[in-house]
Design a protein around this ligand. Structure first.
Ligand code: GDP
Length: 388
């Protein structure tokens, strides 16, 4: 929210007026504080190698994030597991600082057998949620480093006929953890008619397979007509067809980012050539905040609710066990009961999670053994209450 100097002095003049309390400057205070603090954004890119991910990222943020990248040969890629590589850059524009983190996922879809190749990616997202949950539940909550992934750009190859099974599986595996934005890469490989067909097909398949991709929020009814039109165009353009290039070429006397071919030039920022500008505007200018809000309010909240539910269950079990022990065998020292309880809980969790109340990874629904134990304890408690 920007308040011009003219407005500010106007506000100061009004301080003498009786009706003026001063809360109109609140947006201004928020603006100043936010600019001082700076912003951060974490973007993940996924898709098989060679689809133009690094070129697009460099084109989007006008940086060279991949200077030291080592490209693997085919033999190395066959057995390659999915690696997670984090690049961080601090960019500044007109005094506004943005800490941009790019999470690259080389190796995804490159192996001969790609079953569950998204596991490393989903685990990474969960680990960031887990870290945030720990920090948020800790004592020092002032300087929490937020590494949660706000958006995942998923690159679909332009060569096939719509989505491949691996694309469907990947997006489904990530849909409840992160905002997935599907992109059709290397859009210069398709004619406009082919691109329309490809987009229709991808849209249909997203619908058919029930894939939950990032949904742009609805426009407020009081927005002006131009904004509404832009919003409509943005929604109609999905999935965005993008072109990346690190080269600067000359078109009609102007230096632009583009790809030079023997038959002509493809301009990255020309809206009749591809949706690069729409994607950049969406990511940076219009929807960055919404992507962060959805991450925080929906994806992280789901994770947190799951954890709390699991923790509550563990604590209830522990409490019941203590109670039963005290009532049944009150001759035993309390310490013995407590020891038994912790052994019981560790049996339930089947790993070292008892060390901390916060699970290492989101816990799945209890297994059959846990359910059986809960049932058994429930019966014991109801018997006890009859007895009492
Ligand atoms: P990554 O492995 O997914 O990061 O892919 P790269 O960005 O390294 O690109 C692989 C190759 O595709 C390089 O030769 C790029 O120059 C080329 N490339 C990148 N973007 C595009 C594009 O939009 N169109 C075409 N035709 N080629 C591209």
């Amino acid at each position: 929210v920007y308040v011009s100097n003219k407005h500010r002095s106007c506000m100061l003049c009004k301080t003498n007026e009786k009706e003026y309390v001063g809360f109109a400057t609140l947006p201004n205070q928020v603006h100043r504080k936010s600019v001082k603090k700076g912003f951060d954004f974490t973007l993940m890119v996924a898709g098989e190698s060679g689809l133009g991910k690094s070129t697009l990222i460099n084109s989007l943020f006008l940086t060279d994030l991949y200077k030291d990248r080592k490209l693997l040969n085919a033999e190395e890629r066959i057995s390659q597991t999915v690696e997670i590589i984090k690049h961080t850059v601090d960019i500044e524009e007109k005094g506004v600082k943005l800490k941009l983190t790019i999470i690259d996922t080389p190796g995804f879809g490159d192996a001969v057998n790609n079953t569950e190749s998204w596991k490393a990616i989903t685990d990474y997202i969960d680990q960031q949620f887990e870290q945030y949950f720990r920090d948020e539940s800790g004592l020092n909550r002032k300087n929490i480093q937020d590494n949660r992934v706000h958006c995942c750009l998923y690159f679909i190859p332009p060569f096939g006929h719509g989505l491949r099974p691996v694309d469907v599986e990947f997006m489904k595996a990530l849909q409840d953890k992160v905002n997935v934005v599907p992109l059709i890469s290397k859009a210069d490989c398709l004619t406009p008619a082919e691109m329309r067909k490809m987009k229709d097909r991808v849209r249909e398949e997203i619908e058919k397979f029930g894939i939950k991709v990032y949904q742009f929020p609805d426009c407020d009814s009081d927005e002006d007509e131009e904004f509404k039109q832009q919003d409509r165009e943005l929604k109609e353009s999905t999935p965005f067809a993008v072109i990346g290039s690190n080269a600067i070429v000359e078109v009609k006397g102007q230096r632009v980012r583009g790809r030079l071919y023997p038959w002509g030039i493809v301009e990255v920022e020309n809206q009749s050539h591809c949706d690069f500008v729409k994607l950049r505007n969406m990511l940076i200018r219009s929807h960055m905040h919404d992507l962060k809000d959805i991450t925080c309010d929906v994806h992280y909240e789901n994770y947190r609710a799951q954890c709390i539910q699991q923790m509550t269950r563990q604590v209830t079990m522990l409490f019941l066990n203590i109670l039963i022990n005290i009532i049944e065998k009150n001759t035993l020292p309390l310490t013995l009961s407590l020891i038994r309880c912790s052994v019981f809980t560790s049996k339930l969790t089947q790993d070292n999670r008892v060390e901390s109340p916060i699970p290492i990874l989101p816990l799945s629904t209890p297994d059959a053994e846990t359910e059986k134990l809960i049932k058994m304890k429930d019966e014991e408690v109801s018997q006890l209450s009859c007895f009492i």
